[in-house]
Design a protein around this ligand. Structure first.
Ligand code: TYC
Length: 102
């Protein structure tokens, strides 16, 4: 057992933690009110998509209900979710961004 902070972990677990950080999917959910252009802007601004990629993802969300924006370690994923939801509220849109475990 290795003691890291106050958490006891087996050597195997420590090794796998180092090799593969815990990854989370950041997803956008569809709604009936957020303008399509705003979703495209969000995908370009926060997820580094080009315009064609952003339009394709937005349309997939519009037709299927939700869509993948990116996969990140927990801290980055959590920050993206907070930033996108804040940006949506600032612009009075109900767009919802959320996290899913990989
Ligand atoms: N369904 C919205 C509309 O018709 C567009 C939209 C797409 C909203 C993706 C949210 O995550 C979303 N204006």
């Amino acid at each position: 057992m290795a003691k890291i902070g106050s958490i006891e972990k087996t050597e195997e677990k420590v090794e796998s933690d180092l090799q593969r950080p815990n990854l989370y999917k950041v997803v956008l959910n569809n709604d009936d009110y957020t303008p399509m252009d705003f979703v495209v802007e969000v995908l370009q601004r926060f997820f580094d998509k080009n315009e064609q990629q952003a339009v394709d993802i937005m349309l997939a969300i519009h037709h299927k209900g939700k869509g993948l924006c990116g996969v990140y370690p927990f801290g980055i994923a959590e920050t993206k979710v907070l930033q996108v939801n804040q940006f949506a509220r600032e612009n009075q849109h109900p767009l919802l961004c959320s996290l899913e475990k990989e």
